[in-house]
Design a protein around this ligand. Structure first.
Ligand SMILES: Cc1ncc(COP(=O)(O)O)c(C=O)c1O
Length: 442
């Protein structure tokens, strides 16, 4: 059966006809056919600088030679074993991953296929641990408004944005989940100002625990930087305070590093920037830099709450994906990616802040490393979200050969999360293009 596509429109039309209509409303008409580092080429031969890395996932760039080598090697040997047997790449990956997890003491890992699956598994593990070791169910899971944790029933319930739940109330109402106001200083839910606020949003967690939960506290689950919510960067004290509270009430801290992990913010895990230790960590995306794989890491005493048969995933220990992940970890460590990200992230943010001085449409530039958000507003005083403008700017940037994200909780944040091997020269080109595009809106 031979099927050929020659034109972008042919692919777009076919996809519209055959795929479930749940894709993004403004799916971009760019058919990726090749990629190298931060560059991608489309079906028409046009080249782009990719500033979004496939939802912030291709961390060490498209088709990194060491990842390609690992994939090819294992694609030719064996793809899959399942958890009934063993394979070498998943054993090597477990050895490497436990060494870089941001926790003290003994640690264990589990492999699955996606970020949502890693989050579901993390909550399931926490509840099993609570039942076995603390004699209660760990029912109450507290998450953040503007968070995003995935698209399954459980993870959509945990997600703090109703746009992912619209019209699906029955599948997003799993008991025990409480969503609290987020540390979003630009739009402070308490109308306070940092640092005078004393990070009240973290202290508020205690109020919620005291007055809104069953006191069968399971965990506080949070992204260190809220990605889909619009690259919301909590103040530096936030996690220390919040985690002290959750631990006082005998709960665990589950960190969602699906988007912020694997050097994206200038540390291997963003939580390290906050000097706090999670009990359980969910990972995916940058773990393989391009292949489907998720992982859960946990302190060994927590992981050991699972008993044989409690949890599994057919493709979890997939040899090819695990080999790719192993190569990614090597590249991150050997090529000092974290240091580069710190430097380039600051350079990019400084450049965008220069543009903010010129263009009133830019309400705020924020970020950690190369996880950058540019929130657009129609009026700087009222902070009216500039939603149409954000979509238009994404389109104009695409026409100029730059791929960016547009979204966030208010729909008005440009998301800039390029492959981490992007060069300073490519950043300069992107800043120049942003300058031109913003000029049109000034
Ligand atoms: C922070 C975070 N958690 C979980 C997920 C879900 O990951 P996946 O799409 O691999 O299920 C995402 C995806 O964007 C994410 O950004």
């Amino acid at each position: 059966m031979e099927i050929k596509f020659r034109k972008t429109e042919e692919v777009v039309e076919s996809q519209k006809k055959l795929m479930f209509p749940c894709m993004p409303k403004y799916r971009q008409p760019v058919i990726f056919i090749e990629g190298k580092g931060a560059l991608v080429k489309d079906l028409e031969g046009k080249e782009y600088i990719d500033l979004f890395a496939g939802y912030a996932a291709v961390n060490i760039g498209h088709c990194h030679p060491k990842v390609v080598k690992a994939i090819v090697e294992w694609a030719q040997k064996i793809h899959h074993s399942s958890y009934d047997y063993y394979n070498i790449p998943s054993a090597i990956l477990a050895e490497k991953l436990v060494k870089i997890l941001p926790m003290q003491g003994d640690k264990k890992v589990f492999f699955c296929v996606s970020g949502a699956e890693a989050i579901e598994g993390s909550v399931k593990l926490m509840r099993k641990y609570m039942l076995k070791m603390r004699g209660r169910t760990g029912l109450d899971v507290i998450t953040l408004r503007y968070s995003f944790h995935g698209r399954t029933h459980m993870t959509t319930t945990l997600t703090g944005q109703s746009k992912y739940k619209l019209g699906m109330a029955t599948v997003t109402a799993i008991p025990g989940v409480k969503i609290i106001p987020a540390p979003y200083c630009y739009r402070c839910p308490f109308k306070m100002t940092y640092p005078e606020c004393d990070v009240y949003c973290a202290l508020y967690l205690e109020d919620v625990i005291k007055f809104e939960t069953s006191r069968d506290i399971g965990a506080f689950l949070a992204e260190p930087v809220l990605g889909e919510g619009g690259i919301i960067v909590p103040p530096k004290e936030y996690f220390k305070k919040a985690i002290e509270i959750i631990r006082n009430y005998d709960g665990l801290f589950i960190v969602d590093e699906v988007q912020s992990g694997f050097a994206r913010t200038g540390k291997i895990f963003a939580v390290e920037k906050y000097n706090v230790e999670p009990d359980i960590i969910a990972m995916a995306k940058g773990l393989t830099s391009g292949l489907p794989l998720g992982a859960i890491g946990a302190k060994a005493e927590i992981a050991d709450a699972f008993e044989p048969g409690n949890h599994s995933s057919t493709w979890g220990p997939n040899a090819v994906s695990c080999a790719a992940a192993s190569a990614v970890i090597d590249v991150i460590l050997e090529e000092n990616i974290c240091e580069k990200v710190e430097k380039l992230g600051k350079y990019f943010i400084d450049g965008l802040n220069e543009l903010a001085k010129k263009y009133a449409l830019i309400g705020e530039v924020r970020g950690l490393g190369l996880m950058i958000g540019v929130e657009l507003v129609k009026d700087r005083n009222k902070k009216t979200p500039a939603v149409k403008e954000a979509l238009k700017i994404r389109e104009k940037m695409r026409e100029k050969g730059f791929l960016i994200g547009a979204g966030g909780a208010y729909g008005c944040t440009l998301r800039i999360e390029p492959p981490l091997l992007i060069t300073q020269e490519q950043i300069d080109k992107a800043l120049e293009a942003f300058d031109d595009v913003f000029k049109e809106y000034s």
